[in-house]
Write a protein that binds this ligand. Sequence first.
Ligand code: KIV
Length: 298
Amino acid sequence: MTDERKKITIPHINEMKRRGEKISFLTAYDYPTALLEDRAGIEMILVGDSAAMCLLGHETTLTITMDEMITLSRAVTRAARYAFVIGDMPYMSYQPSDETAVKNAGRFMAEAGVDAVKLEGGRRMASRIEAITDAGIPVMGHVGLTPQAYTQQGGLRSQGKDADSALRLIRDAEAVEKAGAFALLIEAVPAEVAELIKERVSIPVLSIGAGGACDGQLLIVHDILGLFEAFTPRFVRRYANLSEIMSEAFKSYREEVRSGAFPGREHQYPISDEELGALRTSLEWSKKAASRAKTRTA
Ligand code: KIV
């Protein structure tokens, strides 16, 4: 089957915003998942550092490395013929300096072939966004709940719920746009505040837990498929329960292996009666020859 669809680009994303067409955005960390998302027409894929928790079993997102993110991103870009792929810059891959940020954003582009990178933070990260954009690499900003700063934010908590913090968020969003970001992601913020942000910036605004007024929606694929059981954020809707389906499959497999019901004849490779007969004869001959040799040496 040939894929006639054109790869999604930034002008395409801008055009969707202009037309009021909502953008669907999901995370993916591996080839088969990205392939299915791409086929389903998901326009944007984030190779999120949430892979640390959802895929690799870490406690937080802080411990995934640049090398791990590159490996996962390469798998996703191999699959995505249509979707716009964004590599999520892991903790400390951009915070230390503009130079570090450009170097690591460049690795995402050159080694993994992503279309853009994402980094967390508002005004404090404006110079990083500017430096990466100046290097010719598109950047998505990320404000609101920023999991890499969860200790500073008092845990994985919703943000911008009072006038002062909401105003700070709006200023952060404006700074992200001014620094040159092509899009902005808002996480876990009241819908009304996200709407005020959307009115104040001209770039596409994506929401994860920031209400329906934004230009598109992001969710974590393991959350929508029911594959992440540690906790479920308020903003998640589960579209499938794969952990139940997978558990049932694993149990059935184990039972069939124990009972001998698996493998069936259809899972075995055939050998003709003639070849099997010849094999048995030659085994018989070598057994006799070995026993004759043993008698001679005794
Ligand atoms: O890593 C990720 O999946 C993210 C989302 C939670 C926004 O950054």
